[in-house]
Design a protein around this ligand. Structure first.
Ligand code: G1P
Length: 271
């Protein structure tokens, strides 16, 4: 059973500036809840019991959000608004935090979870990617393949060929209708992509990934790329990709965020 998950939430959110100067992308509202709330719920529904959120120093609002608000609760009780208290309830899960002191990319953020994870398999959920309308929560869809193959599994989405340059893209051999064995993986290929199978932000990793992350040298932007570590891991360990059922929205894209918000309405009965 995979019980631990890392949620990297330390990025600058440059695509969504200027609002992300003060409101982290992970806190963008969707139907009255911030985006990261949905990610935490998905993790819990997928069997996760402990979560590490990687934050940076301008992301304290995320820590505040998952904390209790005693003043607010007291105010609601005193003013006979107990029915609103349920909106202050947070997901029932153990969450801890670590700060990423330097913006050194996704791979570096995950490396900060090495002690938290120890020597067990773990999940990574990227909070940019909100996946809805699936029968099984997106992360949970990967669990069976992890268990039967005993190897890392990456969530995939088939995308239009002109969009592959925005994603990690795999070279895979199909082993069933929705599962591929990875032969290779490249980050944001600007030409000659190996396929149109793009990585979406759900991963189940064997803890061996940490030793490969430690071998990655920073790219031109001084970032440690997770994709590079996966590519190195393929030399020694098997890794699988699985098409995720559901509709995926990238909240860092204005259009997709707007489309997603339209699908949710604010919870009723608040007055
Ligand atoms: C990251 C990963 C990329 C993946 C994407 C999914 O990129 O590096 O491989 O396809 O998330 O959202 P980012 O969106 O952080 O640039």
């Amino acid at each position: 059973m995979i019980k631990k998950a890392i949620i990297p939430a330390a990025g600058y959110g440059t695509r969504s500036l200027p609002v992300t100067k003060v409101i982290p992308k992970e806190m963008f509202p969707i139907g009255g809840k911030p985006a990261i709330h949905y990610i935490v719920e998905e993790a819990i529904q997928s069997g996760i019991e402990e979560i590490l959120i990687v934050v940076s120093k301008w992301k304290n609002i995320i820590v505040d959000y998952f904390d209790a608000s005693l003043e607010l609760e007291a105010f609601l009780e005193k003013n006979n608004k107990q029915h609103l208290l349920k909106y202050t309830e947070m997901p029932d899960v153990h969450i801890q935090y670590v700060r990423q002191p330097y913006s050194r990319g996704l791979g570096d953020a995950i490396l900060l979870g090495k002690r938290f994870v120890g020597n067990e398999p773990f999940a990574v959920l990227l909070p940019d990617d909100i996946i809805i309308n699936s029968k099984t929560p997106a992360l949970a869809q990967l669990v069976e393949t992890y268990n039967t193959r005993n190897a890392s599994v990456i969530g995939l989405n088939q995308v239009n060929p002109e969009l592959v340059k925005k994603y990690g893209v795999i070279d895979g051999t199909s082993i069933s209708s929705n599962v591929y064995k990875l032969n290779g993986i490249v980050e944001k290929p600007q030409s000659n992509p190996p396929s149109n199978l793009a990585v979406i932000g759900r991963y189940l990793f064997d803890p061996a990934i940490f030793s490969f992350l430690e071998q990655v040298t920073p790219d031109q932007s001084n970032e440690i790329q997770l994709t590079e570590a996966i590519s190195k891991m393929l030399g020694e360990n098997e890794c699988y990709g699985e098409l995720i059922d559901g509709d995926r929205f990238d909240i860092g894209s204005d259009d997709e965020y707007t489309e997603l918000v339209k699908k949710f309405s604010h919870p009723k009965g608040k007055k």
